[in-house]
Design a protein around this ligand. Structure first.
Ligand code: HEC
Ligand code: HEC
Length: 340
């Protein structure tokens, strides 16, 4: 069984107009237009380990291009000095389409999201962002690149430009045109096997997977962008939920950093969307993840999924599927239909 794969991704280069089959146009914010130079700069920043407290961790440590931009097969991510968080790294592929970033949606954009890992103690561990700006100011290549892209160099560069460049790079990491897309949107009957078509039928009908892992008329992101409590993690908390939620709200009112709190304490992590919205109805709610890139190892998925679901899921995939944490069990909660 292949563990990591050569990704048959349609990675769209800047300038190409059409998105790959099965995907909509990539939304580009008006205040951060794409350019080749900006994308190249963003990639350099994304892979630069100097922006961590130990000089060993970059964004790509946990979002490794060779692992479809995840840290598979880790159950939870590992940052500086092997410190572990509470969740694993979702793929950056197609994150450009997310309406919110992170499992609990606590960040509104790629630009905002990129600010956090640098200063999270269990990720890149910097005390603040200044060391990043110091490194950039003292590096000839960066001086030249920031001058070219933003008309600023040296001390003039701020995190704003750094985050924009990273986001511009991430917006080029797009994966579509899978066997599923060729079958469903391209009308190629031979793109899926008969077994995969039966799995897809379960996905659409008995399994009702499509209710949350959405397929639209002309594209499929396999997410409704919403937050659902499907029992993963939060069920293990039992009676602890109410006191934990109360303690969390109090700490939040006193100004704790939510990003640090949810990634440092497993129980707090399970509060899910509640940690962001303060709404009781959001307790244990997590963002529906895309099912694209879940696994390309068809027909042998490496997860405890019923064969039917696996057979279908594998047709959309490029990376090993992992639930959000070692305690995650989406399939016991979701109940895949038996093989047909
Ligand atoms: C130590 C591992 C680690 C590092 C380093 C890291 N990330 Fe992540 N990343 C994660 C984890 C874990 C999550 C999910 C956290 C959560 O949901 O609370 C995540 C989430 C994300 C998401 C949201 C994806 C989604 O579907 O919601 C994006 C985008 C992202 N990271 C980009 C970056 C960028 C850019 C950097 C560098 C500035 C970076 N990451 C550094 C582990 C890491
Ligand atoms: C009520 C909405 C909903 C339905 C219905 C649903 N899912 Fe999900 N799914 C989710 C959410 C939310 C998660 C994330 C759970 C978590 O980590 O807490 C998830 C996680 C997953 C994952 C893990 C992906 C990853 O990257 O970690 C897979 C695979 C999956 N679902 C497949 C399915 C299949 C197959 C079905 C139908 C049998 C299905 N889902 C039905 C909402 C749903």
């Amino acid at each position: 069984m292949r563990k990591y794969l050569i990704l048959p991704l349609a990675l769209i280069a800047f300038g190409s107009t059409a998105a790959p089959l099965g995907l909509p146009e990539v939304p580009i914010p008006a205040d951060n237009p794409q350019s080749d130079a900006k994308i190249a700069l963003g990639e350099k920043l994304f892979t630069d380990t100097r922006f961590s407290a130990t000089g060993e961790v970059s964004c790509s440590t946990c979002h490794d291009p060779k692992k479809a931009f995840t840290d598979s097969p880790l159950q939870v991510s590992e940052g500086i000095e092997g410190l572990t968080g509470t969740r694993n790294a979702p793929t950056v592929l197609n994150a450009a389409y997310n309406r919110t970033q992170f499992w609990d949606g606590r960040s509104p954009s790629l630009e905002d999201q990129a600010r956090h890992p640098f200063v999270n103690p269990v990720e890149m561990g910097l005390r603040d962002h200044q060391p990043i700006l110091d490194t950039i100011a003292g590096d000839d290549d960066y001086r030249q690149a920031f001058q070219e892209v933003f008309g600023k160099s040296g001390d003039q560069v701020s995190m704003d430009e750094v985050l924009r460049a990273i986001a511009a790079f991430e917006r080029t990491r797009i994966a579509g045109d899978s066997p599923f897309d060729r079958f469903w949107f391209g009308g190629d009957e031979s793109a899926l096997t008969e077994a995969q078509k039966r799995g897809f039928d379960v996905f659409m009908n008995q399994g009702r997977c499509v209710a949350c892992h959405t397929i639209e008329q002309d594209h499929a992101l396999f997410t409704d962008h919403k937050f659902h409590n499907i029992g993963v993690g939060v069920n293990d908390l039992g009676d602890k939920v109410a006191p934990l939620a109360q303690a969390f709200l109090k700490a939040k009112a006193e100004g704790i950093d939510v990003d640090v709190a949810v990634l440092s304490d497993a129980d707090t992590s399970h509060l899910g969307r509640f940690a962001v919205s303060d709404e009781l109805s959001d307790l244990g709610g997590f963002k529906t993840p895309t099912l694209r890139n879940v696994d390309l190892t068809a027909p042998t998925c490496t997860t405890a999924v019923s064969t039917t679901c696996a057979m279908w899921s594998c047709t959309t995939t490029t990376a090993a599927p992992r639930p959000r944490t070692s305690r995650s069990r989406p399939f016991s909660a979701v109940q895949c239909a038996p093989s047909i």
